[in-house]
Design a protein. Structure first.
Length: 79
């Protein structure tokens, strides 16, 4: 289904791949992966993000919010 995130595009996998790309100094690739992770974590129905409980596993579009480290990682790669 085109609206579903594929297995290789799960947010945690994208973040880990982004970190690996940073290690290889592939800044544009890292930013792309972080951006995809952020988009996948946003609620698809327009709801606002809510705080993510510490025991939650992030899932595509569930509205749990996102780990703020993803935003920091993305900002660092853009810098």
């Amino acid at each position: 289904h085109p609206d579903r995130v594929m297995y290789s595009e799960y947010p945690d996998a994208l973040v880990k791949r982004g970190l690996a790309k940073e290690g290889l100094q592939d800044w544009n690739g890292a930013v792309q992966d972080y951006t995809k992770a952020i988009q996948a974590l946003r609620p698809k129905d327009g709801r606002a993000d809510v705080a993510m409980p510490g025991s939650s596993r992030i899932q595509e579009g569930d509205g749990l919010g996102m780990n703020p480290l993803i935003l920091i990682f993305r900002g660092n790669a853009l810098g």
